[in-house]
Every structure is written in structure tokens, then in C-alpha cells.
Ligand binder design. Structure first.
Ligand code: NAD
Length: 553
């Protein structure tokens, strides 16, 4: 069943469900499919290739209907985007439990997934798509900005990227954050995107400055703004597998090179080169196997160009789409010579339980988010980079759907902050409750050997007990909804991960749950990195008093 209905989350302080947790789950699911937020809402696709919010329209409508009737001591069970049962639990249990795209390991590949999907048995939940806490491109913006800044510090000893060139690919759901993140870091950012309308959308949303269709025109703009040391972003319509090698052939060495096309999915994500975009879509439909081979071959060419840039002196990193694995499969033996962004720049933050924490205002009123911005600046006034982030975010980010804020906070700070917000909801300073959540790409909630857990100190990259423990613990703590997924970010067979969301509705019960969940959730991140032997995590655990039994003696 299809729908042409435009989905928009209700806003304001009137409840339409029997409690704020159910209301929040309903509004956030609907927000994921808001045309301002989702990449292809007609197909229920939120972002990241075919990352969906619900299995089909029938399931979507039934989830909404069930949430409206759900009691405050009941739990809705969602299996790969379909509501399958409601059970009586208790008022401190999650209102929704979600499992998406999980497949027994020996069957966990795209071929088997697509067989199940075609039989109507499964959907691809990506990370925040199927767990209803996607907030548009802002969700990855701060992480991308931090990665660019850290790349600059490592390669050139400076966080200021003015006069520098970042070359990357992809301007879709999450990848669309790259042009603005590069601009925030002061750089000239050239993004190669095969589908023109994706660039147009990002220009309309204020994330990108220029759209060009010609490589030489793009490079002229690059030169002009590098010389002026002015930060701008340029979207070039083209295929990375054609444009990256062409830029290399011209002898241009960008300062930073990465890529965020949907390479995790060689059938419904990455677009092969050597044909027009529209021809690729026809081939995908008529002969998916031939399409897949061409897409993987193109990834080989794309990664080879990235390796060539690296050999010429560019700072090159993989940005979490598994492109290296497919290139290696196609014979690029040294595809893993450039690192993933987590081991290169982000892991020290994970050791402190820091990651892409975020919140959204159910009122729909931006003033509620501005109030949280002021609170961040008051509570963390000594953290100059965080204050700078909030100031930049306020100035440069347009709202998409429900007003929201991304803000990387760590262990100890997340629950302190959420408790203060809960008080503001209680006093009526906020017009409606605030929803707190995070990406599955977080400190203790993901096992993904080519991404978040690449190159772990103790070799535990593929151990996926951690995200499962994370979900169990957040369920025990009473998060409002908890999810366990497979295949997000890097594709089938390559990752397992968990999500949680908690609602601050101003009540005493919400405060109790926040005090449990927003301690245990980042706490699992610290514990996971203590177990792997990271000094920063061990220091954090000691300083913050996290009880790690093996450290007792
Ligand atoms: P998306 O599908 O919404 O967008 C990807 C874009 O890449 C599309 O606009 C598509 O047209 C473009 N594209 C595909 N092949 C191309 C090619 N050969 N040349 C040029 N452009 C091409 O996906 P998204 O949400 O932007 O996510 C992109 C990738 O990043 C995915 O693999 C996703 O899993 C991963 N991801 C990484 C992180 C992270 O933190 N590093 C977070 C979220 C998603």
C-alpha cells in the first residue's frame, strides 16, 4: 500500500496518545518521514541508501494506531518495521522495543537480505531511520566538523582549515552535512554528487553554496576561494569514480580527501560510473547483479584514486561507508592503507563516553531549542569548543522537521544536562517535553570492524556482545524506546548496533529514568574501551567512579 500523504509530526503540548513516551515515539517516527527530513518519504526511506522508518505503509499506520492506544504499562514490539505484538510490562519499562534487519550470521549478506525483503519479511533500518531518532543532516554535522578539524590538526598541526581544500563524495541524507561541516571548519569543500537534485536540495537548505556541472568550472571556484582563504562549498554533479581520478590526473592534491557516497549498499546505494545516472537506475531495476558488479568495479576505481591522493600527500580517510571492503574485493589489495575516521580521529572521544547525543523539541517551537542552547552554554561554559559549536549551529543550521540540536556530550554530562532540561519542562519554561537520543554510532553501542571498532587495541573489533549488552542495559534502565539493529552504516554482515531514546516530560519518573539510562548508556562506552585497554577510558572510569570489577584488585 502506497501513500501520497505528506507526513508531519503533530506539535504543541496537547497529548494525542495516553502518555508522553508513546506520543514522543509517534511524533519522532512521523518526523523521520517528514519530507523536510527524509530523503524519499514516499518509499518510507529516511537516509543511507534504503534506510527505512517502517516496513510498509500498512505497518506505519498500524504502529501509529497502536501507539495511540498504548497504555502507560504496555510495550509495543516492532520487528523490522512491523508492529507484531503488545504486552503488559510496567511503567518504568520501555514503551517500544525494536529489532531491525537482524539475520543469523551465516545468512547475513545483502543477497539473503534482499530475498527476505522481497518476500515482505524484513526492512533495512540503517541506524536512526528504523529507530526513530533521525534529525536530518544536522545529526552528523558536528561529527563531520570534528572529523575535518581533527584531520587538519593531525595533518597540518592546525584546526583552522582556511585556504585548504576538502574533496569528498555524496550529498544525500547524512553525506549532505559535508559541505556545511567543511565550511564551518573554514575550508573550501568540493563535493562530487551524481544526482543533481540532491545538490539542489542542499542549496535550498543552506548546506551548500554552489552547484556546478563542469569539473573545470568547479576547480576555478576552488582556486578563487582558496586564494581568498574564504570558506565555501561547491557541489559538482558527477560520479566520484570519474571525477576523483580526473582531478588526480590534473595534478591537484587536495589537503583532505574522503567519501560518503552510499557505498555500503552496492545495489541500492552506490551508483556505477561509465553510464548516465538515469541509465544506472534502469540497469539496477532490470539486472541487479550486473549493476552490483559495475558498482563494485567503480568503487575500486574510486578507492584507487583516494590511494593515489594519499601517496601524493593528501590526508585521506574512510568516512564510514565500507567502500574499502568492496574495493578490496575488486582487487585493490591495499584499500585499507588509509584509515577509518574512528581510529584516526574519534576514538579518544568514545573513551570518555562522548558521541553524537541529540535532542528534539516535541513542541515544534524553535524557542525550546534556543533555551537548551543557552543551558548548554551556561552549564559547560568552560568548554570553549562546545560553546563555539552551539554558536555556529544557531547561526548556520536551518530547521528540518521538529527543531533539534546535535551536541557531543560524554559520560557524566548527558544526564546532568537532561535533568536540568526535565526541570525546565516541569516548570513550563519548555512548551512541551524534550526527546533525548543518539546515533547508534556512539561510544558503547556498536560493533563494526570497518568503522567504529576498527583496529581496537585488544583486537576485539568484531565482538558484538557490547551493543547487545548496551540494549539490554538501557531496557533495564527504562529508556522510552530501545532498538537492536544489524548492517547499519557499512551494510549487511558488517555491523551490529543499538539505539535508545528517552523522553524528558518534566515528571519525577522521567528524572529517575534519565538518572539511570543517561548514565548506563555512555557508561557502557567507557566500560567497553576500558576492557579494550585504552588509558583515557581507564582514567575516565577512575575519575568518574564507574565500577569495573576487573579494576578492583
Ligand atoms: P544517501 O543514500 O542519502 O546519500 C548518498 C549519496 O551518494 C546520494 O545522494 C547518491 O546520489 C550519492 N552517490 C552514490 N554513488 C555515487 C557516486 N558513485 N558518485 C557520486 N555520488 C554518488 O546516504 P547518506 O545518508 O548520505 O549516507 C552515505 C553513507 O554514509 C552511507 O554508506 C552511510 O551508511 C554512511 N554513514 C556514515 C556515517 C558516519 O558517521 N560516518 C553516518 C551515517 C551514514
Amino acid at each position: 500500500m502506497k501513500t501520497n500523504q505528506v507526513i508531519k509530526a503533530p506539535t504543541g503540548s496537547e497529548l494525542t496518545c495516553k502518555g508522553w513516551q508513546q506520543e514522543a515515539a509517534m511524533r519522532m517516527l512521523m518526523n523521520n518521514l517528514d519530507p523536510q527530513v527524509a530523503e524519499n518519504p514516499d518509499e518510507l526511506v529516511v537516509y543511507g541508501g534504503i534506510g527505512k522508518a517502517a516496513r510498509n505503509w500498512e505497518s506505519f499506520h498500524q504502529i501509529i494506531a497502536t501507539l495511540k492506544k498504548l497504555e502507560n504499562d504496555e510495550t509495543l514490539i516492532v520487528q523490522s518495521g512491523k508492529p507484531v505484538a503488545v504486552f503488559k510490562t510496567h511503567d518504568h519499562a520501555p514503551r517500544v522495543l525494536i529489532a531491525n534487519s537482524n539475520i543469523v550470521p551465516s545468512w547475513a549478506n545483502w543477497d539473503h537480505f534482499y530475498k527476505l525483503e522481497s518476500e515482505g519479511l524484513m526492512m533495512y533500518g540503517q541506524m536512526t531511520a528504523g529507530s526513530w531518532i533521525y534529525i536530518g543532516a544536522q545529526g552528523i554535522l558536528q561529527g563531520t566538523y570534528l572529523s575535518f578539524v581533527e584531520a587538519g590538526k593531525k595533518a597540518f598541526g592546525s584546526a583552522d582549515l582556511s585556504g585548504r581544500l576538502i574533496l569528498t563524495g555524496g550529498m544525500g541524507g547524512m553525506s549532505g552535512a559535508q559541505p556545511l561541516a567543511g565550511k564551518m571548519a573554514g575550508a573550501v569543500t568540493l563535493v562530487v554528487e551524481v544526482e543533481r537534485k540532491r545538490i539542489e536540495r542542499k542549496i535550498n537548505e543552506g548546506y551548500c553554496d554552489y552547484l556546478v556541472t563542469d569539473i573545470d568550472e568547479a576547480l576555478q571556484l576552488v582556486n578563487k576561494y582558496r586564494q581568498k582563504r574564504e570558506a565555501v562549498s561547491i557541489g559538482l554533479v558527477g560520479n566520484c569514480a570519474d571525477i576523483f581520478p580526473a582531478i588526480y590526473e590534473k595534478g591537484i592534491v587536495p589537503d583532505i580527501v574522503t567519501d560518503q557516497t552510499s557505498a555500503h549498499d552496492p545495489i541500492n546505494g552506490y551508483i556505477p560510473n561509465g553510464m548516465r545516472f538515469e541509465q544506472a537506475l534502469v540497469l539496477r531495476k532490470n539486472d541487479p547483479k550486473a549493476y552490483e558488479e559495475k558498482a563494485k568495479a567503480a568503487m575500486g576505481v574510486h578507492v584507487q584514486a583516494m590511494l593515489d591522493f594519499q601517496a601524493s600527500g593528501s590526508e585521506v580517510f574512510d568516512y564510514g561507508n565500507n567502500i574499502r571492503a568492496y574495493a578490496k574485493e575488486m582487487g585493490v589489495e591495499n584499500a585499507f592503507d588509509f584509515p577509518g575516521f574512528v581510529p584516526a580521529y574519534i576514538r579518544p572521544l568514545f573513551c570518555e563516553g562522548k558521541g553524537p547525543f541529540r535532542w528534539a523539541a516535541l513542541s515544534g517551537d524553535p524557542e525550546d531549542i534556543y533555551r537548551t542552547d543557552r543551558l548548554v552554554k551556561e552549564m559547560f561554559a568552560e568548554d570553549a569548543s562546545l560553546v563555539k559549536w552551539i554558536n555556529m549551529a544557531q547561526k548556520m543550521i536551518q530547521w528540518q522537521g521538529l527543531p533539534s540540536r546535535i551536541c557531543w556530550l560524554g559520560y557524566g554530562d548527558r544526564h546532568r544536562f537532561a535533568l536540568e532540561v526535565n526541570k525546565l519542562v516541569a516548570t513550563g519554561e519548555m512548551k512541551a517535553p524534550i526527546v533525548f537520543g543518539r546515533d547508534h554510532l556512539d561510544s558503547g553501542s556498536v560493533a563494526s570492524p570497518n568503522r567504529e571498532t576498527e583496529g581496537m587495541k585488544d583486537g576485539s573489533d568484531a565482538v558484538s556482545d557490547w551493543p547487545i549488552l548496551n540494549a539490554l542495559l538501557n531496557t533495564a534502565g527504562g529508556a522510552s524506546w530501545v532498538s537492536v539493529h544489524h548492517g547499519g552504516g557499512v551494510g549487511m554482515g558488517y555491523s551490529q548496533h543499538a539505539g535508545q531514546v528517552i523522553v524528558a516530560d518534566g515528571t519525577k519518573e522521567a528524572a529517575e529514568k534519565i538518572k539511570r539510562v543517561l548514565i548506563t548508556d555512555p557508561g557502557m562506552g567507557v566500560a567497553r574501551h576500558v576492557d579494550a585497554g585504552y588509558d583515557i577510558a581507564i582514567e575516565t572510569a577512575k575519575e568518574k567512579g564507574i565500577h569495573i570489577p576487573m579494576m578492583d584488585s
